[in-house]
Design a protein around this ligand. Structure first.
Ligand SMILES: Nc1ncnc2c1ncn2[C@@H]1O[C@H](COP(=O)(O)OP(=O)(O)O)[C@@H](O)[C@H]1O
Ligand SMILES: [Mg+2]
Length: 372
């Protein structure tokens, strides 16, 4: 172990990854320095999760190299690699039949062969660190989402990793619980000297906590810089467009989607951003119309993102699978009634609309301008 520690903890070169022939990571280069806190932001579908998953070989890269602490990740013992690199996901995935304490002790006792006493002592310290000292014997179902995610963080820390990867750790949480989890990550970042990569939609958090920010778009790190560079003076066009959105809310819809309360969530989000009543009503009507007449008929899988820009423009982005389907091209109701409906909605309301195919997915975007 006489090897001198380089300042770079992770060096990624030319990373490519496709799923079913569709490229998701396209020759991605990135470097994360030792002890650095990097936030990764960008639109859904950009490849952020795939990037993190390649780092600890949850996905096998098609080509390119990943050096972790000077070693080629693909040549490392995968158990060793994952021990070095803890990961926290959007879904906490705690073992339901184990208490918080047992969840945290599980990997150290089985994989690291730590003694029970030692593992328990460490687990109790970690529970205290994440603000859950009193919850050692609680089962996951007795804990709130925020508490479960804090246990998941403690569980990852129990392996004493040098690197922590977070993939949208607060996206599955009720808004009231986001801050308690961000607070834990923030204190880790402040004190530990650990190297961290955090995929997040929480822009204020990213701005505060990061040494550097990666803006990912269409399978590459499209722009990187200090938090100030990226948030205050982004240089490239797509970064700018992304950053001027002050907030977004995102829905993943499948066949089991709970439509009940959906309208209220959209209205609350728009109200929170002081969108006036008239435009809020229009927004809800539009979305209802699009779902009833188009999405429910046409698609099985949809990611819907609603964004608000600084100017209070409302941006709607629908990303859906299936064959290419661009409603903007349909001229007559007889061609395709559902698509024609979308087109008429756009014309009646004078919306700015755009359609693209990105990585094999249909992406339709509308803007409801603040002045209209
Ligand atoms: N296991 C997989 N199989 C097929 N497609 C996948 C898989 N994982 C991700 N994808 C696709 O890759 C693209 C990028 O996904 P992802 O890395 O999750 O993006 P992000 O995290 O930025 O939203 C998406 O179009 C997604 O559907
Ligand atoms: Mg993701």
């Amino acid at each position: 172990m006489s090897q001198e520690q380089s300042k770079d903890m992770i060096i990624v070169k030319g990373l490519c990854k496709s799923f079913n022939g569709v490229p998701v990571l396209k020759d991605l280069d990135a470097t994360i320095r030792r002890g650095e806190i990097v936030s990764i932001v960008g639109p859904s579908g950009a490849g952020k999760s795939t990037f993190l998953r390649c780092l600890n070989l949850l996905e096998t890269p098609d080509s390119g190299t990943i050096l972790v602490d000077g070693e080629n990740a693909e040549e490392m013992d995968v158990r060793f690699l994952r021990r070095k690199m803890g990961m926290v996901f959007q879904q906490f995935n705690l073992f339901p039949h184990l208490s918080a304490l047992e969840n945290i002790m599980s990997a150290p006792t089985t994989l690291l062969k730590e003694s029970k006493e030692k593992a328990e002592e460490h687990a109790l310290d970690l529970l205290e660190k994440v603000g859950l000292a009193g919850k050692a014997w609680a089962f996951p179902w007795e804990l709130s989402g925020g508490q479960q995610q804090r246990v998941a963080i403690a569980r990852a820390l129990a392996m004493r990793p040098e690197i922590m990867l977070f993939d949208e750790p607060t996206s599955a949480l009720d808004p009231t619980m986001v801050n308690e989890v961000l607070g834990v990550i923030r204190s880790l970042a402040d004190e530990s000297g650990m190297t961290m990569a955090i995929v997040t939609h929480e822009m204020r958090f990213a701005r505060d906590v990061s040494d550097r920010v990666f803006y990912m778009d269409q399978g590459v790190v499209y722009e990187e810089g200090s938090a100030e560079d990226i948030f205050e003076r982004p240089k490239r066009e797509r970064t700018r467009a992304f950053i001027r959105r002050v907030d977004t809310i995102r829905f993943e819809l499948d066949k089991d989607f709970d439509y009940f309360g959906f309208d209220a969530k959209i209205d609350d989000f728009a109200m929170k951003h002081l969108v006036e009543q008239e435009r809020r009503e229009l927004l809800v009507r539009l979305i209802e119309g699009l779902f009833d007449n188009f999405f429910f008929l046409k698609v099985d899988e949809l990611v819907f993102t609603l964004g608000i820009t600084e100017k209070k423009d409302v941006e709607l982005r629908f990303m859906y699978g299936g064959p290419e389907c661009n409603p903007l091209l349909v001229k007559e109701a007889s061609e395709d009634a559902a698509s024609y409906f979308v087109r008429s909605i756009i014309e009646q309301n004078k919306l700015e609309a755009e359609f693209n195919v990105i990585d094999g997915k249909n992406v339709m975007e509308f803007v409801l301008l603040a002045s209209s």
